[in-house]
Design a protein around this ligand. Sequence first.
Ligand code: AMP
Length: 213
Amino acid sequence: MRILLIGPPGGGKGTQAKFLSEKYNIPQISTGDMLRENVKNKTSLGTEAKDYMNMGQLVPDSLILNMMKEKLNHDSMDQGYILDGFPRTLPQANGLDEVLSDLGQTLDIVIMINVDDEAIVDRMSGRRVHLDSGRVYHIIYNPPKVEGLDDLTSEKLIIREDDKEHTVRNRLEVYHNQTKPIIEHYSDKGIVNKIDGNNTINEVKNQIEKCLL
Ligand code: AMP
């Protein structure tokens, strides 16, 4: 099963991708997490990507496509995966088509999670993350068992630099202008399912499960 999740920053893609990853036992591929790992390890990709990320801008397509070509070519991806945060532009969607066609693969389903901008700004202000694993919490809607600490490792949760309001608004603009239009690229293939992401995490999860029946 190869699933693509599209939605605004903070729209619940990561949270839903984790559920799907457990349910279908396939990896979640989050370009955001991969980039943050590179920034943390101070790789050359991380150094190039860092400023774009902190400003809420997209990292250049060529860097993303090189990173993803390598990732998707890996044997561990043979059973399928959930793409979370990629592709985010039309050139990336075309690049993904090429990689998939080289591998003789296709996407099974595209799930678009729609959430209102103001709800996003509200959600992001309460968002906390565990940097190493990418696990995401919200102080009200999805709190950790112990305040400020990751459920599995008990390590500290942090507020991401790019979750600050000004940056969130930039990221929303980028989403509307550059990412949302790629849905048309997939509409022609008849595999797009649109979900109302303004609901609770559980309701969104149920809606997604229905699409996958
Ligand atoms: P995310 O955690 O998916 O919201 O990603 C955080 C940041 O990483 C984004 O705001 C971008 O700067 C960068 N990023 C993640 N995925 C991509 C992508 N597919 N294309 C370009 N930039 C990306």
